[in-house]
Ligand binder design. Structure first.
Ligand code: SF4
Length: 220
């Protein structure tokens, strides 16, 4: 993955799935990792490394478990997220939360974050800011150590697996990428735009439930 040189980012931190393999060296106790995650969250909230820091209300870091089985990865905060400082709390977030509730016990503990931690003006995704922000994502995931990631939409998928085919071709099925196991879904905002996409979203969420409910995820 192409990385901008930001302190504390390292290529080792990208290898999440490898860290989770049986027999892999421990990356610290759960308590140590939680403490490190909280320190990282503070660092992100104070960050001024890209121009989005000037227009944000606040950085939007993470919501969910500190020991998630699955992490949903979105694109960037919207207006409501920027206001509340919490990822996926607008209309898209409500749809995601309904999906999460419908997954029930198959999901287990989970987390939600974005590629970009600060809202781009007009919700226009900023690739340059995303490159600058990328090491934060990698450090977050290295500390959270999920079993699999669920990229939400084309940009999250492209960031996590640049070799992937277009999102509509690959959503709804697990895939192995360099960062580990992915289960892409279309972005919830797209699902809100048309009935056809909503049906696709619901179909793919059911496929995710089947995958999560299978024992395969536990033996990766
Ligand atoms: S988007 Fe990322 S790199 Fe830019 S100011 Fe926010 S936290 Fe820092």
């Amino acid at each position: 993955m192409g990385l901008d040189p930001v302190p504390n980012a390292s290529s080792r931190q990208v290898q999440l799935a490898d860290d989770r393999r049986p027999g892999a060296a421990s990356a610290g106790s759960a308590r140590e990792r939680r403490r490190a995650f909280e320190a990282l969250s503070e660092e992100i909230r104070r960050c001024t490394r890209c121009p989005l820091s000037a227009s944000r209300t606040q950085a939007v870091v993470y919501r969910g478990s500190f020991a998630p089985r699955i992490v949903f990865v979105g694109e960037a905060p919207g207006a409501e997220e920027d206001r509340q400082g919490v990822p996926f709390v607008g209309r898209s977030g409500k749809l995601l939360d309904r999906a999460v509730a419908s997954l029930g016990p198959a999901l287990g503990e989970y987390g939600v974050l974005n590629l970009l931690k600060c809202r781009p003006p007009g919700n226009r995704f900023d690739p340059s800011a995303a490159r600058t922000c990328r090491p934060y994502l990698e450090r977050q995931l290295a500390l959270l150590r999920p079993r699999a990631l669920v990229p939400l939409g084309a940009r999250a998928l492209a960031a996590l697996d640049p070799t992937a085919a277009p999102i509509l071709s690959v959503a709804g099925a697990p895939r192995r990428a360099a960062v580990g196991w992915l289960f892409p879904l279309i972005h919830p905002a797209a699902a809100l735009r048309s009935r056809r996409r909503k049906e696709r979203w619901e179909h793919d969420v059911r496929a995710l439930e089947s995958w999560l409910g299978s024992s395969r995820l536990e033996i990766l």
